[in-house]
Design a protein around this ligand. Sequence first.
Ligand code: ATP
Length: 426
Amino acid sequence: MPGIANLASKIGKQLPIELVELMESAGLIAVSQGRCLYLVGGVVRDLLLWRSNLDLDLVVEGDAIKLAQRLAEITGGGITTHLRFGTAKLKWDKWSVDLAMARAETYVRPGALPTVKHSSLATDLLRRDFTINAMAVELIPGHWGRLIDLYGGCDDLRRKLIRILYGRSFVDDATRMWRAIRYEQRLGFKLEANTRHRLERDVSCLDTISGDRIRHELELVLKEESPEKALRRAEELGVLAKLHPRLKGDDWLAERFSEARQFSIPGVPPVGLYLALFTYSLTSSEIEGLISYLRLSKRLARVLLDTAGLKTKLKLLAKPKLRSSHVYDLLHDYSVTALTANSLATTSTIARQHIQLFLVKLRYVKSALSGEDLKKIGIPVGPRMKEILQELHEARLDMRVTSRKEEMELVRGRVGKENNYNEMVR
Ligand code: ATP
């Protein structure tokens, strides 16, 4: 990106008018308070790369919360604030913008959350993860759009490099290892040689990071367009082994992820399904360990445990010519994600066909007669009614009955038999 010094025209072309106007208002307010205001981080990188990004991060060399309050009055929006970090999020209509005071960060120990204090823009940019994320654009009248690139971010964008800003970067915050891999694979860049060297050398620092923070990074990876690329790279660099030594980012995973996308709503990353496939080779107790370390949500934990549970049924499901009602019995307790994960992961064609049969057909099969109908013909509510309803459902699944009339005949036949039996034993 030689010679790029002003991004005003890129801002005008790439960002919606609502966001541009908000930045203009913010710039005017900041200047009236004698402050400077900047657009920083990922959006600057993406403006330069012509990649869509509407996540605006504004940095003010002063009180960001006060500025956010003024902007909330103008837009009629609302703000949430984080006093400890001096940050605010402004939301109005369908838009949102993050505001922060320029800050310096110090780490009491590796992996700890940083202590922050007010600082200059230069220091604020220096605490960031990589040079390509450490550029800023001025937003005050007179300097509108001027690019501030103190650490060679533009150069690294041009050379397609991910480069840390200082030697101990990964020691201070090892989540940056996951971030480095994510950007590298998303953008088709390479880790700069020294950055790669430091990452491999400091990989054990991942042990200093809480499970919550690692989960956050992993979720971000799984929301990428092709997460398998980052997982492969994470394995290569020894980052994956730090999550669990038996996790792999291999060809098998890449093929399964690509199939997983075909089973999902376009544009919505199938995070649960990815995670189920990613952990497929682990035992149930290893999965339980991972769930508690990462403090996965109840929903994701259920998906992973369900997937592992269903795996133990695959042998039965691999038998040919199972009755549909038997397939239903084996599968109806599992979540759709666990079913899909197993159907993608199993090596048995027959097991896969059985799961598919359940997913596309059997799970929707219902009998026509209800408890109300049975009551009308004199069957009282209770365990016997439950048994009859179950029998009807099975008969429907196995296509022994295909209409309401045939169901009624089945019930009458059964009730008749029971009455005869009761008379005989009386
Ligand atoms: P994405 O494009 O994936 O949304 P982003 O670049 O917008 O990424 P965010 O996670 O929203 O990244 O963070 C905003 C900015 O904050 C980054 O561009 C980076 O400058 C900085 N940042 C985020 N996480 C870290 C970190 N762990 N260490 C240092 N700087 C960070």
